[in-house]
Write a protein that binds this ligand. Structure first.
Ligand SMILES: O=C(O)C(=O)C[C@]1(C(=O)O)C=C[C@@H](O)C=C1
Length: 314
């Protein structure tokens, strides 16, 4: 149904905060919480929502495997937006509990990885349990007969489920951030803005020396900056990998289009995941593209020159 948006729920996740920033005008009833990343992808694919938001990567813990796996191997969806959210973790328990009562802590695996140092110093004997999201952990702690004593979650989630904070700032890095992407069904691409990112997955043709360099060279030769590169198993046996890349620019830009054609020529297959406005750093992209030796006009002129050469008019 149009104008409803799926997200990794329940209420109070960092993903909900990302959806609010990507769709600030959407009313609360338009936000559809899903249990798990795969459920968000399925909701978007089925058409029951207009789009969905999932976490893609974290500045401390790296790629979110469930999201990367769906983007690379699941039925295709397009990334049409992104946003980065600062992630600040707190430890919440039921009212009346004290830090020394905490024996079992629940949270999302990515959150656990970002709070390991604090837990080792402050709750060395506590068991850590992972659940589908930080807000799911807070909700579980609040339930009668809860199997956990405390949740690591956002302050907003702890408050939402009636818990009280035993400690704030429990993340090992106070500057941690997570990047979230907005998913749409395949269709028209967002217009180029001059500050865009393009995401794709490159499946190399066969394992040979320099196979990855051949892919990377397509971008380097045309002055296209890569902002992320992640290798992932294809699922076709040990040693078989594909590469998930983010590049600055839009597929409508000449240099990006040419780089993608080059990648297509040297790969067995390429999955285009989308071109979309880059979050947060718009003034960075344009000057950096301009600072490169070849401009869009240079690309257009070189194409006209080649046409003249081929027609014997040079
Ligand atoms: O559990 C949440 O609140 C989420 O939105 C998921 C998620 C993640 O997948 O990385 C998002 C940000 C934090 O790094 C921890 C958990």
């Amino acid at each position: 149904m149009p104008n409803r948006y799926a997200y990794l729920g329940p209420e109070g996740t960092f993903t909900e905060a990302a959806l609010r920033s990507l769709r600030p005008d959407a009313p609360a009833e338009a936000r559809v919480p899903c249990e798990g990343v795969a459920a968000v992808f399925d909701a978007v694919r089925s058409g029951s929502v207009a789009g969905g938001v999932v976490p893609l990567e974290n500045s401390v813990e790296g790629g979110v495997t469930a999201t990367v796996a769906e983007l690379v191997n699941g039925d295709p969806l397009l990334i049409t937006g992104e946003t980065a959210v600062p992630v600040e973790f707190a430890l919440f328990a039921r009212p009346g509990a004290a830090l020394e009562d905490v024996k079992r802590v629940a949270t999302h695996p990515h959150a656990l990885a970002q709070c390991r140092g604090w837990l080792a110093r402050n709750l060395p004997g506590a068991e850590a349990h992972t659940v589908s999201s930080t807000a799911a952990a807070a909700r579980a702690v609040a339930e009668p007969g809860a199997p956990y004593d405390a949740a690591i979650c956002a302050v907003i989630a702890g408050e939402r489920y009636g818990l009280h904070a035993l400690a704030t700032g429990v993340g090992d890095r106070s500057d941690a951030a997570t990047r979230f992407v907005y998913l749409s069904r395949p269709g028209a691409l967002p217009e180029p803005t001059g500050a865009d990112l393009t995401s794709l997955v490159a499946f190399i043709a066969d394992d040979h020396p320099g196979a990855l360099i051949e892919v990377l060279t397509q971008f380097a030769l045309r002055g296209v900056n890569l902002t992320r590169l992640e290798s992932r198993p294809t699922g076709d046996g040990l040693g078989s990998y594909c590469f998930f890349l983010d590049a600055e620019g839009h597929v409508a830009d000449a240099r990006v289009g040419e780089a993608l054609m080059g990648v297509r020529r040297v790969c067995r297959d390429v999955r285009f995941l989308g071109s979309y406005p880059r979050s947060g750093r718009p003034d960075e992209t344009v000057p950096r593209l301009r600072a490169r030796p070849a401009t869009e006009a240079d690309f257009a002129e070189s194409e006209r020159w080649l046409a003249r050469v081929r027609e014997g008019r040079s």
